[in-house]
Design a protein around this ligand. Sequence first.
Ligand code: ZN
Length: 262
Amino acid sequence: MNLIDTHSHIYDEAFDDDRDAVVARAAEAGVATLMLPDIDSSSRERMFDLARKYPGMCLPMLGLHPTSVNDNPHWRDEIDQVERLLHEPPAERIYGIGETGLDLYWSSDFLAEQSEAMRAQIELAIEGDLPVVIHTRSAWEQMISLISDYKSRSLRGIFHAFAADVATYRRLRDCGDFVFGIGGVATFKNSRMEPVLQEIPLEQMVLETDAPYLTPVPFRGRRNESAYVTYVCQKVAEVKGISPDEVAERTTATARRIFRLG
Ligand SMILES: [Zn+2]
């Protein structure tokens, strides 16, 4: 099996004691590539350290997470830093912009700032011909409204940790070249995701863990890791009535297309 975990934060401190073992378990499980979404400057060096240690396997992105915008007085400097790192030669290859997005779960006070930060990052993505990795929590209406502005701008990207309904999927699908990141939530008994998993074609679907968060069944409640993307693959296969191998092959092709992995 050849899987890509399109969203893994295993540079997080939660893996400080056993990160190499976690990478090894991913490889053993057939997860050949781990895409690393950036959060902000506080964890960026750890992300690049991991990418340098596993070149060709752990592939970094650059961006500013919406919850790192909120009451951070320096969020504009953070965006400037992302832009500098994208342009400063000799740059490492950067595979995407993100994660960015809107997160109104903790507070809705920073919608304007999060939107401005997201729009700035979308411009960087378009300019660099990179996919944008989008985080959305308690903000689908605001997200659809924002992303609709880019319909004619040849933007591509991933709605990461997608767990919304069929109607939301259909509205987003028409906003650009977007694919949908399916993770551990799909395995939760109460997720009610079967209809949307049936509807999204594998050509618009990528698999992810969001490790260390959103751990799939049967490990729900424990730390997530990239090897567990196999459980997400299994679930999608069950719902679509096809083999896990076919899900792996076709979602990996989708990920390779969206990240331009050659
Ligand atoms: Zn994430």
